[in-house]
Design a protein around this ligand. Structure first.
Ligand SMILES: Cc1ncc(COP(=O)(O)O)c(C=O)c1O
Length: 452
């Protein structure tokens, strides 16, 4: 069996047992008896340890990880700088509760986040433990600051699973089914889908059609804009299918928000922290959200989230909102090490590797009849699978087969939306790994096409 040391040298998959291996099988069986059946596992990967973009399972198989713990381990698995920062902090102070006491690294990280946030206005930061908590905080702050209570979100949105965030989520009915009445006063509108179009037509007009829907339908017929506290948008829709919102749409949305005194809330839980090649996906549009939600990649896998807001917006008073664990010192230490690595080289690497993958896959819609489109920025890339390129009929079964087949070839990928395969590897992957992933998927797609 490989040791932790030798796995550092392993850059590509190496399978030594049929999958799942005997130990993995046992864990999966025990898991099925005791863990929540609400979890969604696509394939039986039982992870033991990770280094960089490689995961070794309990049977000694190693995999190339293009899922990164759902776009979380931004600096790769167990980056030595991050591990060292965690170990040092854990030996010094594990918990204090930043809501009631002070500690230096909480201030340091808040200063850093305020500095890298888009726009010129001074910022303030609130810490939580997960993406959904960041969204909850954003909902509460938007309502508190504006003294309004209506919210707008998008079809296909995923903002989390706690009751407030779930009220904004409109990605899959199963996520809402059975949970009764959610937050009232939430309105959903179409997302600017530049592949299928806002109403399934005119993809080239997606931005204009969506903005028009907001002003001429939603604000005229269903909710007065003066009652809207916030519009929540993922600048790249994540769970909804890795769909980037065009810059002109985000700019138009910002204008409309300003006009009506509505908080523009960018949920960058998945798209932020350098994943798209810039700190924030909104940086490509040059907009300055009133509130940014961040989590996932912020601390390389340690549970931490934050909202970063215009200082003028965060006007709630002591006691209005807090969390015992939010901004835990060990998570913050991991985050400071993570941000230093992203800033030093991984953000630029994400941009470079993203371009590389886009170049390598540019001819896929010509060469592969089931590939509708390859889209995205940096290392947030979606591949859309269709039954027919003309009608764009969705092909969820084909996408699902590809995810399974990739696992059996040692490549970990995830789906997103109904028909998209997402590539969200750690930001530190190199060309050899990117090329392996592209070549493997290319081969799998060809293999599937031969059966059609
Ligand atoms: C855009 C976005 N917001 C919020 C969340 C919720 O994050 P968490 O699972 O950490 O609660 C997710 C998770 O996938 C996400 O992608």
């Amino acid at each position: 069996m490989q040791t932790t040391e030798t796995i550092i040298e392993t850059k590509l998959p190496h399978l030594v047992t049929p999958l799942p291996g005997p130990k993995a099988k046992q864990i999966v069986e025990r898991d099925a008896r005791v863990l929540s059946p609400s979890y969604t596992r696509d394939y039986p990967l039982v992870a033991k340890r990770g280094r960089g973009a490689v995961i070794e399972d309990v049977d000694g198989n190693s995999f190339l990880d293009f899922a990164a713990g759902i776009a979380v381990v931004s600096t790769g698995h167990c980056h030595p700088d991050v591990v060292a920062a965690i170990q040092k902090q854990a030996a010094e102070l594990i918990h204090m509760s930043g809501t009631d006491f002070y500690y230096p690294n909480m201030v340091e990280l808040a200063e850093k986040l305020a500095f890298i946030a888009p726009g010129k206005e001074p910022k303030r930061v609130y810490f939580g433990n997960s993406g959904t908590e960041a969204v909850e905080a954003a909902i509460k702050l938007a309502k508190y600051h504006t003294k309004r209570d209506k919210l707008v979100a998008f079809h296909g949105a995923f903002h989390g699973r706690t009751m407030g965030a779930l009220s904004l989520t409109a990605s899959r009915a199963v996520q809402r089914k059975g949970f009764g009445t959610l937050l009232s006063g939430v309105f959903h509108m179409p997302y600017p889908d530049t592949y299928r179009g806002t109403y399934g037509i005119r993809p080239e007009n997606a931005s204009a059609d969506c903005l028009s829907y907001l002003e001429n339908e939603l604000f005229r017929r269903r909710v007065d804009p003066d009652e809207v506290a916030g519009i929540f948008i993922e600048p790249v829709q994540g769970e909804g299918g890795y769909l980037p919102a065009p810059a002109e749409f985000l700019q138009g949305l910002e204008k409309i928000c300003h006009k009506h005194g509505i908080m523009l809330v960018a949920d960058e839980v998945q798209s932020g922290m350098g994943r798209t090649g810039k700190w924030w996906a909104v940086d490509y549009a040059g907009v300055e959200p009133d509130i940014i939600c961040t989590a996932k990649g912020i601390a390389s896998g340690m549970p931490l989230s934050a909202i970063i807001t215009k200082a003028s917006v965060m006007d709630w008073t002591p006691g209005a909102h807090a969390s015992t664990f939010g901004g835990n010192p060990v998570c913050i230490a991991a985050s400071l090490a993570t941000l230093a690595l992203i800033e030093k080289s991984y953000m630029a690497n994400a941009a470079r590797m993203g371009e590389f993958i886009k170049r390598q896959t540019a001819d896929w819609p010509e060469r592969h009849k089931i590939v509708g489109e390859v889209r995205g920025r940096g290392l947030m890339i979606g591949i859309e699978f269709v039954r027919d390129q003309k009608t764009k009929e969705r092909a969820p079964d084909l996408r699902n087969r590809i995810v399974q087949m990739a696992f059996h070839k040692g490549l970990l990928v995830l789906g997103s939306g109904d028909t998209t395969l997402r590539l969200c590897p750690p930001l530190m992957i190199d060309e050899e790994q990117a090329e392996f992933a592209v070549r493997t998927l290319d081969g799998i797609i060809s293999e599937i096409e031969r059966t059609l």
